[in-house]
Design a protein around this ligand. Sequence first.
Ligand SMILES: Cc1cc2nc3c(=O)[nH]c(=O)nc-3n(C[C@H](O)[C@H](O)[C@H](O)COP(=O)(O)O)c2cc1C
Length: 195
Amino acid sequence: MLNDRSSILSLLETRRSAKPRELVGPAPNATELERMLAMAARTPDHGKLHPWRFVTVAEDQRDALAALLHQALTEEKGDATAAHHRKEDDFAHYAGQLVVLVSAPVPDHKIPLWEQELSCGAAGMNLLLAAHALGYVAGWVTEWRAYSERVRSAFCGPGERIAGFIFIGHPAQELEDRPRPSPSDVVRAWQPPRP
Ligand SMILES: Cc1cc2nc3c(=O)[nH]c(=O)nc-3n(C[C@H](O)[C@H](O)[C@H](O)COP(=O)(O)O)c2cc1C
């Protein structure tokens, strides 16, 4: 039990992201991926709406993803350079498993949109943790692709949007950490307003 607890603590204290472009394979196999996504779906969610979805992109669909990104770039960024198109091609073929996190809020619901979107963010975070727990690293990116109408409509229904592209694989080299806020940066004791 103690061992279990110390490994959970170590997991929470060491998780960090990888840059998707620096990932290498192998990607999680189908069983591992299913387990990760099941863990990720255990996410706080006011109203049991699960206002998010995970869309998996198969290895043999990467060329189709590249074609979609080229089309979106041509339509939406007419001045895109050849280098930008190459970057999108690289993106579509990054190593690892790609999971597209979709925010799928229930419209006109008594649970506020803000809370539904927070739940989506929590689902993404849970997926990062689940990947780490199974011995992988993950990286969550957005950039213009997440806001492109052409790309959105290829992954989302009406009223939905892309919350992120999450790649899951292994780091090519040991990951560097980034500076983290200390509790004194982000924790404040509440001061009640003076009457
Ligand atoms: C919604 C969202 C979108 C992000 N988009 C990008 C991005 O497009 N490019 C990028 O370099 N990092 C992006 N990040 C940041 C990385 O995913 C990651 O959080 C950061 O590199 C630090 O990772 P760590 O704190 O998990 O180690 C995004 C993070 C979030 C939550």
